[in-house]
Design a protein around this ligand. Sequence first.
Ligand SMILES: Cc1ncc(COP(=O)(O)O)c(C=O)c1O
Length: 413
Amino acid sequence: MLSSQEIQSLFPVFRNNPGLCYLDTPASSLTPESVITKLREYYEHYPVNVSRGLYTLSEKATQEVEYVREKTAQFLGGSSKDEIIFTRNTTESLNLLARTLLPTLKENDEIVITGMEHHANFVPWQQLAKQYNLKLKIVPFEKDGHIEEETLRTFLSPQTKIFSFVHISNVLGTLNDAKRFIDIARSIQPSLITIIDGAQSAGNFPLGVRDLDCDFFTCSGHKMFGPKGIGILWGKKKHLDTLSPFLYGGEMVSSVSEKESIFKESPARFEAGTPSIGDIIGFGSALDFIESFGKQSIFDHEKTLTSLLWERLSETFGDAITLFGPNPKTHIHTGILSFALEGVHPHDISQILAQENICVRAGTHCAMPLHKNLDTPFHATVRVGFSLYNSPDDIDRLIGGLQKARSLFTFSP
Ligand SMILES: Cc1ncc(COP(=O)(O)O)c(C=O)c1O
């Protein structure tokens, strides 16, 4: 593994912002030079539309996009490039599913999610349930951030048609045992549809969608060192070819007459209009970048930093700090750690840290229902997220910044 300085030198943002301590990767990862170069290559050499031009530049752009589709399928452990739909982000992938699965549901059917969902995997189902008289059931998590299998069992039933859950929580850092969850769900209702929100796991956890045997998997390129504006929906081909389209328009139809339209098979069926071509092509380089380190080693690096941070925060702040999620001494805790410091609002903490060039996230991290169930007076937390470019030096700086915040906000006579 390269040193953290060598890794940082692969990201222009560190050159342009000396002293940057970036701990907000769960929101968006930073972009390596190789991805920016690939984006530039597209815009400088063949910045044209795909799938429709019969000239060399358009054929080149189409070839590049299809190459990335194939690469994405392999990266996620899928079997065919036709199972990869390019969307804008995880949010759009999940909304696409909520809308296209709707015709398969009837009144009183149940949708099960967990209490640790990001709003992207919460609000679409909540709204669907409200508008169409479906039942939304929310599996609660335990105090230490894990979901009990027995609890999960009691929330699933033969009426459950969709079970959609987060793989790695963007607040608690919990890694849900996706394979086990799916096995449990199918033992109760064999034909239910399982969906994994992989926004926080796709780029840094060694997973395979075929091994997990989920029906759908969603993620975002910008959390995987890729450009903003590109998301992925992976789905089993048997579902993709039977679901009705999400958006209608050009390129998703094989024929159109005044009376009717015939839709193409997936993936074209779900990719109406001009896709985010440069972003897709740049995303291919992001996958190369991840593979050059290996998902397992990225995951291990992040976990090691989390364990260290957990230890350092406990030592430094004792009872004045509440750390959320599994204790890394006894359970897997991924590269995301949220906490609350007694007497200081998370927004104040993040502002003070910002003065030190330290970037963290403060608030509810698009997970308000989750925060309602946390034992914290502000119903908000500070979140730290690690990636390849972080090192124990970042932890030292963070602790220093937190000590400053605490001394500014704690009254001592
Ligand atoms: C677990 C999880 N799901 C979904 C999303 C939504 O991702 P996006 O904003 O890229 O759609 C996020 C973003 O932070 C997330 O952490």
